[in-house]
Ligand binder design. Structure first.
Ligand code: SF4
Length: 241
């Protein structure tokens, strides 16, 4: 856990002034998804998995899943990747953070959320009192789209079962979806991110909070305040689960 002084530093990095913080009780929780309460439990239907490898992925342990992703050729992204980017962190984490796809740094290093966006994510985690190794970090797609283009529907359909199995194995208390594409992929919605953030959603029985991608926050620092509000909402859900 980060010390208070460290948290202050990271809150500063996020553009959050400590004297502005409000108590968690002041954070509005959307009342709509009443079915998301209590201890989360995954209930992932085998129908969710592509026919070709449905049984393999659905029943895979961590080691098998890692090997499957490494060898995966289910979509055309395998042709241009340097390597797959599986995910990193604690396999018993209460928090799972999900982005859309690896970028150039991630493709090179084989780890999600490195580089400047990764450093901001680390700052966001530290502001929550979390270390990177305490949470689990992954992307919807495990291979980099060429020139960082947007993920395509078919690629998400082929790759999401890997993420689903990761989440099923972890069984976290909260999923934080980072950025428009990750949010749209997980929630199967095309609503603006601004309309999806600030409330609790459900992803296969796990509470999900939508917020901005760290790369977007680097370009749009005025929205860091909203991202911090989203993270506080996520924290309030974890603390009451
Ligand atoms: Fe397989 Fe996913 Fe990579 Fe496509 S993006 S090749 S589905 S691991």
């Amino acid at each position: 856990m980060a010390t208070n002084a460290t948290k202050r530093l990271y809150l500063d990095a996020m553009g959050i002034q400590v004297w502005q913080r409000r108590g968690f009780n002041a954070v509005a929780v959307d009342a709509a998804p009443a079915h998301v309460s209590g201890t989360p439990s995954t209930n992932i239907s085998p129908e969710t998995f592509p026919k070709s490898n449905r049984l393999d992925i659905a029943g895979a342990d961590w080691s098998q899943l890692g090997k499957m992703v490494k060898a995966c050729t289910a979509c055309s992204l395998h042709e241009t990747r340097t390597q797959t980017v599986f995910g990193v962190g604690s396999t018993s984490a209460r928090w799972v953070f999900v982005g859309e796809a690896p970028g150039a740094d991630e493709d090179r290093q084989g780890e999600p959320f490195v580089g400047r966006a990764g450093r901001l994510l680390n700052a966001m985690l530290a502001a929550l009192g979390l270390k990177r190794e305490e949470v689990y970090i992954a992307n919807v797609l495990k291979c980099r789209p060429p020139r960082n283009r947007d993920p395509q529907t078919e690629e998400v359909a082929q790759c999401e079962p890997h993420l689903l199995r990761q989440i099923e194995l972890i069984n976290p208390s909260i999923i934080v979806a980072l950025g428009r594409h990750a949010v749209h992929s997980l929630l199967k919605s095309d609503k603006a991110l601004g309309k999806l953030r600030g409330m609790k959603h459900d992803y296969h029985g796990i509470p999900l909070i939508a917020t901005y991608h760290p790369a977007y926050l680097l370009r749009t620092p005025q929205d860091k305040r909203k991202a911090w509000d989203d993270l506080r909402l996520a924290k309030s859900i974890v603390e009451t689960s």
